[in-house]
Structure formats: structure tokens, C-alpha cells
Design a protein around this ligand. Structure first.
Ligand code: ADP
Ligand code: GN1
Ligand code: MG
Length: 368
């Protein structure tokens, strides 16, 4: 995805229905997929704040469908927030239309941009600051899913097919390994062996979804901590963002991905693997918050399999980082050589630690 200069971006901002005149714009956030910018405009001495995003169309190949999903979900959430007397400008993403009434702008090169209101007095966290904040994020993600239980799932487009089909991700990994286009496979034998040792577990969730034993729900599918805005004062999760992957899925995907990212005692790209472990206090806080947020909607089997969700999402993500490393780092944005390999290694270290703490992970769920 080719990025624009800041001066070119000001012409793009002009395409949207913003209030007043652009004052400044800068790159923003730590997402791995889209290019995100924060901007301020001014009108009658009043500052207005927005987020501009260049949609990664290498990954999201159909921006019309992607934005149709986002507009559909955010309009649905807006009605719910209004019903409960909430503040729609902070509790859901608000799409800012282009001057010709579209939900996104496509420039002459085919690059696609969308704009949201900036959610003020809140922050997204790259690492957990306390068990309480993590608990609040769990309540918010659980609530989000409970709210979307009433969303007409048939209206959703599958923006990335087979997104959490771990078996399929494993097959993609095998293909990348066989092709080995960068000649990197020889240097990652240990990581390859780690995946192979777990090859029989890859379809454990997809099998249960296919048989109907696990319910298919409308889920977020990318529930890492920096995809939720936490209120600066109350520390409650006020708004779920990054709605690109809202699709039919399993609640175990949402639960698992949050644990993968937030209950790790180290950052996703930590190079000192001795710092990586599953924090049982954070895991416990999340289990409690998520069950509460889901408002009794999870089945007995879903609850029982929460630890499996955590392990499978971590294994799958590690495998995706490794696949991208083998393929030459074309999917996840990297900031240094071997960044994807470092990310893969933390995920596998976390899986290994979960395996050690398996009985405790199950006991926490049973106690909740
Ligand atoms: P990516 O898909 O690349 O992860 P995100 O949509 O998650 O992109 O945005 C990247 C970061 O930008 C988020 O982690 C958050 O910090 C910030 N962000 C995105 N949307 C908003 C918003 N409406 N208000 C405030 N911050 C936002
Ligand atoms: C990506 O977009 P972002 O940075 O929130 C990725 C997730 C991964 C995550 C790993 C669309 O999330 O699936 O779990 O990186 N999103 C997409 O950090 O592939
Ligand atoms: Mg994100």
C-alpha cells in the first residue's frame, strides 16, 4: 500500500464533510494494517478532531462491502446508544461522509480513504496498565458482542474469508513454507517444529462450529486492547473501534484474541522471551469481565472452551506472523527486520506458557 505525503493528505481531507479549515495532520496509532492519521480543523475558533484512514485495499479488496458493514454496524449501535441515553459521538465510531455523500473517498490512483470523528478524552492502550482496566475492556467487548447478537448477520459481508479458520491458516503456512520465496525457512526450524507439533489441534474450533455444537455469532474478530478506547477518567471501555473484521464468528475468537494480546506479560514484539508469560490475574480479570459483558449469552460449551479459544488464537496469530515472515513481510506492517519473526516467537512462547498453566486456566473458568 503506497502512502501519501502529508500535503497530499490535506487535499484528501478536503473531500470530506469536515468542519472548518485543516490546521494539522499527523500519522497516528500502532495498527498493523491501515495507515491512520489524526487531524484537527478549526471553525469560529473551535477545534474539531478527526481520524483519517487509508484503507489497506491489498487486504480489504472490496472497500464498498467493507464500508457497508461499518456503516450498518455503527448505525445499529447508534440506535442502541440513543435508546439508553448514551453519547453517540464517543460510544461508537461515527463515519464522516464525503462531500458527495459516500462513506469513503477513492482517489485517482485507486487509494481509498475514510474518516471518523476522533473519540475525545480517551486512549487506546498497547499494554495493560492494571487488571481493572483489562476487566473493563472485557466488559466492553462482551457487551459489544451481546449488542450485535441482534444484528442481522446475513447483511454482513465476509471482509476476509476464513479469517479465523485456523486449519486454513495452517495450510497457508505450509504453502509459504514449501515455496520459501525468501529462503528464510532454514533459519526458523524451531518455530516450524513448534507449529508441526500442534498440527492435529488446528481444526478443533472449526469442527465444532461446522457441527453446530458451537454457535456462530456476529463477532469483532480483532479484539486486541488497542482496538478499544478507554475513557481517561472512568477507565471504562467506551468505544470498540477497528470494525473492519466484524463478521460471523465464534465468541471464542473474541475472547481468545484479547487474552493473546492483553494477558501477555510482555509486548507482542518483545525480543526477550523470558518476559513473555500468561498473567493468570489478568486472565482471571478478563474471564470475569467477558462473562459479565456477554450477559449470560454464552453456552456451557463456549464457557468450557474459553482456554482453548485463548490458545488457538495465540497459536494462529503466531503462525500468521511466521507465514508473513516466510513470504517477505507483505501483510503486517513491520518497523524493523525480523519484526514478524519476533512477533511469532512471543506468540509461541505464550502458547507454551498456556500449555503449562492449562489446569489453572480451566479452573479459573470453572470458578467464574
Ligand atoms: P488498524 O486496522 O491499522 O489497526 P485502527 O482502526 O485500529 O487501525 O486504528 C489505529 C489506531 O488509531 C487505534 O489503535 C487507535 O489508537 C486510533 N484510532 C482509530 N480510530 C480512532 C477514533 N475514531 N478515535 C480515536 N482514536 C482512533
Ligand atoms: C492486525 O489491525 P490490527 O493491527 O488491529 C490483524 C489481526 C492480528 C493483529 C496482530 C485485519 O490487527 O488479525 O491479530 O494485527 N488484523 C487484520 O497484532 O489482519
Ligand atoms: Mg487496530
Amino acid at each position: 500500500m503506497e502512502k501519501q505525503s502529508l500535503s497530499a493528505l490535506s487535499l484528501i481531507v478536503n473531500q470530506f464533510c469536515v468542519e472548518g479549515i485543516l490546521q494539522n495532520i499527523c500519522a497516528y496509532g500502532n495498527g498493523h494494517i491501515n495507515a491512520t492519521y489524526y487531524l484537527e480543523t478549526e471553525k469560529n475558533a473551535q477545534v474539531h478532531r478527526y481520524i483519517l484512514q487509508q484503507i489497506n485495499t491489498d487486504i480489504f479488496k472490496n472497500p464498498d462491502q467493507l464500508m457497508e458493514n461499518i456503516v450498518g454496524v455503527t448505525e445499529f449501535l447508534k440506535a442502541k446508544i440513543r435508546e439508553r441515553g448514551g453519547d453517540c459521538s464517543r460510544e461508537t465510531l461515527q463515519v464522516i461522509e464525503t462531500k458527495d455523500g459516500s462513506s469513503y473517498y477513492r482517489d485517482e490512483n485507486g487509494s481509498c480513504y475514510r474518516m471518523y470523528l476522533f473519540i475525545v478524552d480517551s486512549a487506546s492502550y498497547d499494554q495493560v496498565d492494571s487488571a481493572e482496566t483489562f476487566y473493563e475492556s472485557a466488559v466492553a467487548f462482551g457487551n459489544f458482542q451481546a449488542l450485535l447478537a441482534e444484528y442481522p448477520a446475513h447483511k454482513l459481508h465476509e471482509t476476509i474469508p476464513h479469517f479465523h479458520d485456523t486449519k486454513k491458516r495452517f495450510e497457508n503456512f505450509l504453502t509459504a513454507l514449501e515455496q520459501d520465496i525468501c529462503g528464510r525457512a532454514k533459519s526458523v526450524q524451531e518455530e516450524i517444529a513448534f507449529v508441526m507439533d500442534r498440527k492435529d489441534e488446528m481444526d478443533c474450533l472449526t469442527k465444532l462450529l461446522a457441527s453446530g455444537e458451537l454457535p456462530m455469532r456476529v463477532t469483532h474478530n480483532d479484539t486486541k486492547l488497542n482496538n478499544i478506547m478507554i475513557d481517561d477518567t472512568t477507565k471504562k471501555g467506551i468505544c470498540i473501534i477497528d470494525l473492519d473484521t466484524v463478521m460471523p464468528g465464534s465468541a471464542l475468537y473474541d475472547f481468545g484474541d484479547s487474552i493473546r494480546f492483553g494477558a501477555n506479560t510482555a509486548a507482542e514484539d518483545e525480543t526477550d522471551l523470558s518476559k513473555v508469560s500468561l498473567s493468570l490475574p489478568l486472565y482471571t480479570a478478563y474471564v470475569k469481565g467477558y462473562l459479565e459483558g456477554c450477559q449470560g449469552k454464552l453456552t456451557a460449551l463456549e464457557k468450557e472452551l474459553l482456554p482453548v479459544g485463548a490458545k488457538m488464537m495465540t497459536l494462529e496469530c503466531g503462525m500468521r506472523f511466521l507465514t508473513d515472515y516466510l513470504q517477505g513481510d507483505t501483510y503486517f506492517r513491520i518497523h524493523r527486520p525480523k519484526h514478524n519473526l519476533d512477533r511469532c516467537r512471543t506468540q509461541f512462547a505464550l502458547v507454551a506458557d498456556m500449555e503449562k498453566k492449562w489446569d489453572e486456566m480451566k479452573a479459573v473458568v470453572a470458578a467464574c
